[in-house]
Design a protein around this ligand. Structure first.
Ligand SMILES: Nc1ncnc2c1ncn2[C@@H]1O[C@H](COP(=O)(O)OP(=O)(O)O)[C@@H](O)[C@H]1O
Ligand SMILES: [Mg+2]
Length: 309
């Protein structure tokens, strides 16, 4: 059974003084299989949060239907199957970490005995076991995000939905969240998360969907999107005048820094010729680095393509 399914989901909002209808999501078709980590990527305003709210039954689609673990997303039983970390969680900051989790467990209808057992384990899991009796207003942004993560894991959900779990965090905070997400995937849980920070999610997801202007521009496995073929080769040379480094296969103007020249070439044949010429002219070869397309490049190319249309 699919963990998440959207079929023809559209969402209109009414905006402005005249309450004009604006379509925010266009005919969304999406399937996330059980056990998958799915990255839902898109720039700000693409409609990621709107999609997530529809999945959680917090918003109703204008058209189409969404299912969580086979249940209609607009029904409360569906919501119970998923843990959720909102984009901007609001915390009762006078509560301690432990009290906050106990409170959220009660809201989720978890038995007190179950909560008592789960809370210390969850605090430990997100690296906050030493901070459970501290008030949330004394937590850093990274700690708040991690207690939010613990909250999403209350009740041991098989499906976890995270809205921009890494935004606003420093590199250490992002790594801590990423490590937790990797461990969820290892446990076989389904993780659906949104992000606009592309390098952060590369290598984390089994599949990604790229949402642009409320439309799914690309969906696929990361390795399929990235491909395996070398896309270009970056060559760094030294001790040559830049003119001597000129070649037909350059993808961009050479970058010159001191006596170093960095070039991006299309094909290996051109690289060989350039290296031979460099050595013949008495220059040195500092590095030759093959490049594959990154998710960020694919993402930016999709954005540019859409802008042209
Ligand atoms: N309640 C609302 N009323 C009108 N427009 C909204 C509302 N909520 C979001 N939008 C608009 O819908 C679009 C998608 O928003 P959102 O789903 O929050 O995007 P994302 O999470 O990808 O940044 C944005 O253009 C936003 O301004
Ligand atoms: Mg959002």
């Amino acid at each position: 059974m699919d963990a998440i399914r959207c079929q023809g989901v559209c969402k209109d909002y009414r905006v402005g003084f005249w309450r004009r209808r604006v379509r925010i999501l266009h005919d969304l078709e999406l399937t996330v299989r059980a056990g998958e980590t799915f990255g839902y990527l898109g720039p700000n305003g693409a409609g990621k949060t709107t999609t997530i709210k529809i999945l959680l039954g917090l918003l109703h689609p204008t058209a189409g239907c969404a299912w969580l673990c086979g249940r209609d997303a607009s029904r409360p039983e569906a919501r119970a199957a998923a843990g959720y970390l909102p984009e901007t969680p609001t915390f009762y900051d006078y509560l301690t970490g432990e009290e906050f989790l106990a409170f959220m467990a009660r809201l989720a209808g978890l038995a007190r005995s179950v909560a008592r057992e789960q809370i210390p384990a969850l605090l430990d899991r997100v690296g906050l076991s030493g901070a459970g009796s501290r008030q949330l207003r004394k937590y850093s942004k990274g700690m708040l995000q991690r207690i939010g993560m613990a909250q999403a894991l209350l009740g041991n959900p098989a499906l976890v939905i995270l809205d921009e779990p890494m935004s606003g965090l420093d590199p250490i905070g992002r790594k801590e969240i990423r490590d937790i997400m990797v461990s969820l995937r290892k446990e076989g849980r389904t993780v659906f998360f949104s992000s606009h920070i592309i390098p952060d999610v590369e290598m984390l997801c089994d599949r990604v969907g790229i949402l642009l202007g409320g439309r799914l521009a690309r969906v696929g496995r990361l390795d399929e999107l990235l491909g395996t073929e070398i896309d270009s080769v970056e060559v760094t040379l030294a001790g040559l005048p830049p003119e001597a480094a000129a070649t037909d296969g350059a993808l961009a103007p050479p970058l010159v820094q001191g006596d170093r020249v960095q070039l991006r070439l299309r094909a290996e044949a051109e690289v060989d010729a350039l290296l031979r010429r460099t050595l013949a002219a008495g220059g040195r070869i500092l590095s030759v680095v093959p490049h594959r397309r990154t998710l960020e490049e694919i993402f930016l190319a999709e954005v540019a393509e859409r802008g042209r249309r």
